[in-house]
Structure formats: C-alpha cells, structure tokens
Design a protein. Sequence first.
Lengths: 313, 257
Amino acid sequence: MRGEMEEAKSALATPAVRVHGASKRFGTVQALRGTTLEIRRGELVALLGPNGSGKTTLVNAIVGLLALDAGEVSVFGHAAGTQAARECISVMLQTAAPPEMLRVRELIELFRGYHHKPLALDAVLGLADLRALAERRYGQLSGGEKRRVQFAMTVASGADLIVLDEPTTHMDAASRNVFWSTVRSWREAGHTILLVTHQMEEVDALADRVLLMAHGVVIRDSTVDALRGAFSLTRISCVAAFDPAWPLTLPGVVSVRSEGRKLMVLTADRDATVRAMLSAQPNIAELSVEPASLEDAIARVLECETAAVENVA
Amino acid sequence: MNTLVLPRPTRLPQLWRETRAELLKLFRTPSFILPTIALPALFYSLFALGMQGSSGGRGPTYMLSTYIVFGSMALGLFGVGATLAAERASGWFDMQRASPLPLWVFLCAKVLVAVTLALISMFLVMGIAGSAGGVRLHALSWILLGGITVLSAVPFALLGMAIGLYARQGGAAALANLLFLPVAFFSGLWFPLQALLPGLQHVGWVLPAYHLAQVALILTGQVVPDLLWVHLGITFLWIAAFAALAWFALRRSEHGA
C-alpha cells in the first residue's frame, strides 16, 4: 500500500515535460544548442521567440517527431516518441494539413479513435464551433475554419498535454476569442498546455509562464508579469526631424528604433526622457507615451542577450 | 495516474477505421485512382483481345494472368507510394506519427487499401477476359488468381512505401514510373517474353514481377509447373527485401527534418 502511495506521489512530482541538454543540427544550422526546460503539470506555458530561434524544432522533439543529436526529452516521465509518451500528448502542428477529401466529422472521429479517453464528438464540435460545418469536406473550408478543425482534432483527444504550435494563425477575431476561452477552460480542467506563438496579446491573455527562446536555447524563463516588470519600460513614439541617434544621449533611454516616419524610444525613466525631449525639440509631433508592450520587453531581452553573446565572443 | 488503467483503443477497429478513411479519400479523388485501377483492363482489351487471331486463342488466358500482376504492381507502387509522399509533404504523415496510433496500423492500412484496389482492378480484367476474351478456367483457378493478386500487391505496396517515405512528392511518382515500366516490360506482363530478343528474355529472372507472373501462368495452365516453388520462394525473398527497405526508409524519416 505504502509503495503505491509513494509511487503515486512521485508520479505527480514528474513534470509534464522535461527537456535536458537538447541539441539538434540540420546541415549547417544548429537549431537547438543544448537547451533545458521543464513544464509542470497543469501549467499553461507560452514559448516565444523570433523566427528561427528553434521553437518548432523543440516542439517536434517534445511530440516525438524528431530524434535529437544529444540530450533528453521526456513527457510525464516517458521518453518522447514512445507509445506511452504519445498517448499523453495531442499536438496541433503549425504546418500540417489533413486530407482535403475527408469530412470534418470523419477527421474528428478518426482522431478520437486514437485515444483512450476522447471527448464526445458533439462536445468537440461545440467547443470549436464546428456544428454547422461537420459534413463539409476539409478542402472546402476557409483558412480559419481549417485551423479550427485542427484544433478540434487536437482537443478531441482529451490528452493530458496539449501542444499548440501557432494555433491562431489564419483565425479571425471571433474564432480567436472562442479559441482563447476554450484554452482557458482546458487549463482549468487540469490539462497542461504548451503554446507556441508570435502574438503577444495571446500570451498576455493566456499564459502563466513564458519561455523565451533565441539561438536554439531558452534564454529566459519567467512569469508574464515578471518579464514585463523586470524592464518596466515606457515607449515614447513621435514624429520628429532630429537624428535618430540623438535620443540615446538623453537620460533613461535604452533603445531607439524608427518605424516609417515614427520614432520609437524605449526608456527606463519616462519623466526625465519626455522632459529632455520636449525642451530640446519643441517641434515634436504626434507624441504618445505608453507602457512598453510585452513585445518591447522581449525585443529588449533579446537585444541584451545578443550583446552579451557578442561580448563573450 | 489512473489514466493508465483505462483500456487502450483496440488495434483491429483502428485498422478498419484507417483503411476506410484511406479508401474514402481515394474514391473521392476519382481522377487519381480510377485511371490506375482501369489501366490493366484497358491494356488487356487492347493487347490481349487484339492479339487473339495471331496467337491461336492463348493470348487472352496468358494475358489475364500477367495483367492482374500488372494491376497489383501499379496499385501497390502508386496507391501507396504517391499518396504517402503527398501526405509527407502536407504534414498529415506527421500528424499521424505524433498521434498515439501505432505507425504500423497507419502503414498496414495503406497495404490493405492497395490490396483492395488491386482486387477491384482484377475483377475488371477478369470480367473482360471471361466475356469478350472468351477465357474459360476451372473455378479454382479464378480463385487462385485472386490469391495471386493479393500476393502481388504486397511486395509492391512495400516498395511503394519505401519510395513514398524516401522521395519527395513529385519524385515519388517519377521514381515509381522509372521502376514500373521496365519491370513490367522485362517480366513479360504486357506480352509473352518469347516476343523479346533472345538476350532479353531472361532479364526477368532478377525481377519480382516475373516470378509472380510465372506463378499466375502456372495456375492458368500456360506454363509447366516444374518451377512453381522456385518462383514462390524468390517472391517471398523479394517481399522480405522490400519490407526491409520500407523499414529502413521509415527509420530514416524519423531522424529527418
């Protein structure tokens, strides 16, 4: 009896996902450089990073589509890619298309049949708002509808770990809202969710924790608030005639970037920067001052990281 | 972890569902699959019925035997190879690989589909042979020809699988064609090997389709049965070789991008 209790306890202590020292090279590209991370049970973790940072390679390793050159990946304690691991995961891949000729209902039924505790078909159709489309062929659907079908096939599994790779691309605003509320209810029901995304509002709306990837490693692991708060930056945007390098000489300014005719200034000392700008440049127009977005914060983290890497090199 | 005590989905119903989905998919793309199914019957009509006068009535029976092997070969190579290559390109293959469905069920369904399509193709050839061709065979011979159809579909479905797992989408069909046409020619599937130059008549010995065709010809009384077991033995060696090839292609695809 005691043995069983301990076993159950250690099973609960096993993280949903554990990646240790994962490396993978494709030809001359080192996609993963010995990255390590852990996702606890019941967490909703967002994986962020610029294109080519290794996000999709990492996802493919976790769901067992890819054999690593070095390192280990386990899912609920089972080595990734094994039958036991695959029974715990359901993944919505970024670029995977079901056969065009099968109907929505047929596709969902097919995937329900792969799992031992699938959701009821009708519940799945309701969740993804697909009741009206159930008899349509996949090839006849719009881009956003196709993504909803893939999402439905993923959640139909009832799997403990749901991996979503850029799930809301091609979705319209209404579909996205349906999607977000479904993901939230999934998390409340105790599922572990790994969300790979480009969209900061999605991270803001959903995630508990953010893993930030760059150059094939997770360079930052923090809560959404901590990531933003750690930098507590302000974004000042304006249209101005001065040299874009000039604001860097002002107090508090950490970076400047131009977007069309607009200049975006990130500062750690809002009041001092604004005062200095206005007193030196009375002709500034279209001035706006707002808290930095998560995107700004992440761009800043990446900048610091790149600078650090270059300094070491 | 009480999830572990729940019963797992059983494999046989899964295999049935996979096979049905695969068939639905193919028959809803008739422009792809119908020509491949009808090709042997079309060729049979042209070559066997056209040759009836010159070969004293043996043509239709001889070619009934070889054209059903031809049909199995086409459907194995293209039905499995081309669809698998397309599914690797679209990502459907990855969706299946990441799912808990054992990959052997997915691949086995493809072989079953090739066998089913080969049988349909066979019935078309048999229908023309029995009616317009005037072919008369013992009931057991008709049934055994069905067995040959199934036996022929398996090695080529495995070879098609290896090609589909190895080649890119456009390359798979090209590679299948590159193998398909000379193999059919040198195995005597289109017309009797006696019609070839003497030096080319024995090339077929190294090809699996030749031995399958010889077994079919023995069953229909077109060839003396002395070497029946040799032909069957070599056929099974080819099946083992193509199974190994498919297995290696599968392992390779697991390590790729």
